[in-house]
Design a protein around this ligand. Structure first.
Ligand code: HAS
Length: 548
């Protein structure tokens, strides 16, 4: 152990390897994002025959799948190493194998996209057909993540064995729930990629069952968004209180929230397929109800955050309903960035509830409203929280200092991100309500009058996208500084303790067979009959198309 670092050298190296990939992905993906908004404004054409849909695929895959996955795994490994006492040699080796599989898979998929052999967007919907190496790359990434998940389960179990009767660390518990949800959900996408897409791309079978593959994708696709959100919740529940000088409001409430998210994140994929034919409306209705239930743990999180802020504010002498706002450390970017992320989750979450409401979904589905929704949720709530994590995590494990200059830069980065995203995402929501499509390059639809109203919104998106690009460059500068150039020193890995007013955490939270059993029962309940139906009543399969 290096005395300046908060993790052992070997664990720190493992975590940083994940972080390097994540921040390279941020640079590549966000640069494509800028190009997209410029092209969609109608005032700029991509040079050298580069296709809009090609860079849209790079943007979605690299940010939505690569940046998030590497950052999340790196962060959760760090949190677990810190709170459980570090990994042993076997655990580290398994994690490194997973890391290399994910990296090789990423490079394989990225190469195919750059060669214009896989312009199928991040949802890679059939019947658009990519090169087989794209699908093999994705399969490697998924299997690689399972290795890391296994390491987290193993380390958690080892902690329990080494510390009988002791409450397991909250962050380790949360990492286990997140990975359990991920392993159960990613089986769906693994099945469609390995058993449907790879044989089809190799020409072993001529056609693919499109509805089945989309259903398997969305069985995974919705929990995917919670795979992004849960690590942000880990920060909000267990780290944010320490940053503001307070305590965790309730350990039990935090664990219960995560268990509810495990139950209800998966059996809800049909809310992405509400307009899709071939699925019995009863099962769509049922999954919409389950979607409304998955909102509850997020409302519990909002309650818990208010309680945390207010308790700390009152300790510092705050009065009135919102007096606590004045007592928060606004000049500390480790607080400011995630806090703004929370604030954006209020409209982001409300937008999600609109999307999930069957009738309103008919209005917004496949419009750029949905793009606005996920730029509020994943690109703001989650990303600003991840940036906030970076400010302390990277220096604390590289043995460097988070200097005042970097903090000032981080505040500027938060402001750029907030302003850019407000402009871009508001314009996306409005244009969506006017019928502006998503997943579409600039088009005037042969001069159709409806499109005239879209112009100013598309320009606004380009303005927002340009401001965000500056924010991304600032973030990369901060990351490079914290990883390589900041002065040597010791930086805190902030982990909060539980308030002494909180109730004792019941032992039942560690009853994993019970939680896994309920999760699987809910999945079987929501999916068995519709899946049988989809397979039995399958229309003729589709051959592959390359429309780019
Ligand atoms: Fe979503 C589409 C429904 C949450 C991401 N979503 C997407 C897509 C993405 C995405 C990427 O039902 C597009 C996929 C594609 O390419 O097609 N979404 C929901 C619902 C929620 C939700 C019900 N989504 C998220 C999160 C995401 C995300 C989180 C990423 C991280 N979404 C949908 C639906 C679609 C969809 C449909 C399909 C649309 C279509 O037709 O294609 C819920 O989980 C939201 C619950 C959240 C809340 C907010 C709680 C607020 C909190 C903050 C508290 C603030 C504090 C600060 C404490 C109810 C916790 C206060 C301070 C003060 C000063 C006030």
């Amino acid at each position: 152990m290096n005395s300046l670092k908060s993790l052992s050298n070997k664990d720190a190296k493992l975590v940083m390897a994940h972080m390097y990939v994540a921040f390279i992905a941020l640079f590549v993906g966000a640069t494509c994002g800028l190009l997209q908004t410029l092209e969609r404004s109608g005032k700029f054409t991509l040079p050298a025959g580069i296709g809009y849909y090609q860079i849209l695929t790079v943007h979605g895959v690299v940010l939505g799948l690569v940046l998030t996955t590497f950052f999340i795994l790196g962060f959760m490994l760090a949190a677990q190493s810190k709170t459980t006492g570090g990994f042993n040699k076997t655990e580290r080796t398994i994690s490194w194998i997973g890391f290399w599989m994910m990296l090789v898979g990423t490079l394989s998929a990225a190469t195919m996209i750059l060669l214009n052999e896989a312009t199928v967007l991040f949802t890679f919907y059939a019947p658009l057909q990519a090169h087989v190496l794209f699908y093999i790359g994705l399969a490697l990434v998924i299997v690689g993540t399972w290795f890391d998940g296994f390491v987290m389960f193993k380390r958690h179990a080892r902690f329990k064995k080494e510390n009988p009767g002791e409450r397991t660390p909250l962050l380790s518990f949360m990492a286990v729930v997140t990975m359990l949800m991920w392993q159960i959900a990613s089986i769906g996408v693994a099945i469609t990629v390995v058993f449907q897409m790879i044989p089809w791309a190799l020409g072993w079978v001529e056609t693919i069952d499109v509805l089945l593959s989309r259903t398997l994708f969305w069985y995974f696709g919705h929990p995917l968004v919670y795979f992004w959100l849960l690590p942000a919740y880990m920060m909000w529940y267990a780290i944010m209180p320490k940053i503001i000088g307070g305590k965790i409001f309730s350990d039990s409430l935090a664990r219960f929230t995560f268990i509810l998210l495990l139950f209800f994140s998966i059996p809800v994929g049909f809310h992405h397929q509400l307009t899709e034919p071939g699925i019995d409306p009863f099962w769509k209705f049922l999954q919409v109800i389950l979607t409304m239930i998955v909102v509850i743990p997020s409302m519990m999180t909002a309650f818990s955050m208010f309680a945390t802020f207010e308790s700390r504010g009152r300790e510092l002498g705050a009065k009135g309903l919102f007096g606590w706002l004045k007592k928060m450390p606004w000049k500390d970017a480790r607080f400011l960035a995630p806090f703004i992320g929370m604030l954006f989750f209020i409209p982001g979450g409300a937008g999600g509830i609109i999307n999930a409401s069957n009738q309103m979904n008919q209005v917004v589905h496949n419009t750029i409203w949905v793009t606005g929704h996920f730029h509020l949720t994943v690109a703001t709530t989650v990303m600003l929280t991840f940036f906030g994590i970076t400010y302390w995590l990277v220096p604390s494990i590289t043995g460097r200092k988070y200097t005042k200059t970097m903090n000032k830069l981080a505040i500027a980065q938060t402001i750029f991100w907030t302003v850019g995203m407000t402009i871009m995402s508001t314009a996306m929501h409005w244009q969506g309500l006017l019928g502006g499509p998503r997943r579409s390059a600039y088009s005037e639809y042969a001069g159709n009058a409806d499109t005239a109203a879209w112009g100013s919104y598309q320009i606004a998106q380009a303005v927002g996208g340009s401001i965000l690009f500056i924010g991304m460059i600032i973030m990369i500068i901060i990351f490079i500084n914290l990883a390589f150039f900041a002065p040597k020193g010791q930086e805190e890995f902030p982990i909060a303790v539980v308030s002494n007013q909180a109730e004792k955490t019941p032992k039942v939270f560690e009853n994993w067979p019970l939680w896994i059993g309920i999760t699987i029962a809910l999945v079987l309940f929501a999916y068995t009959i519709p899946l049988i139906d989809i397979i039995q009543s399958a229309p003729p399969g589709a051959k592959g198309y390359k429309l780019w």
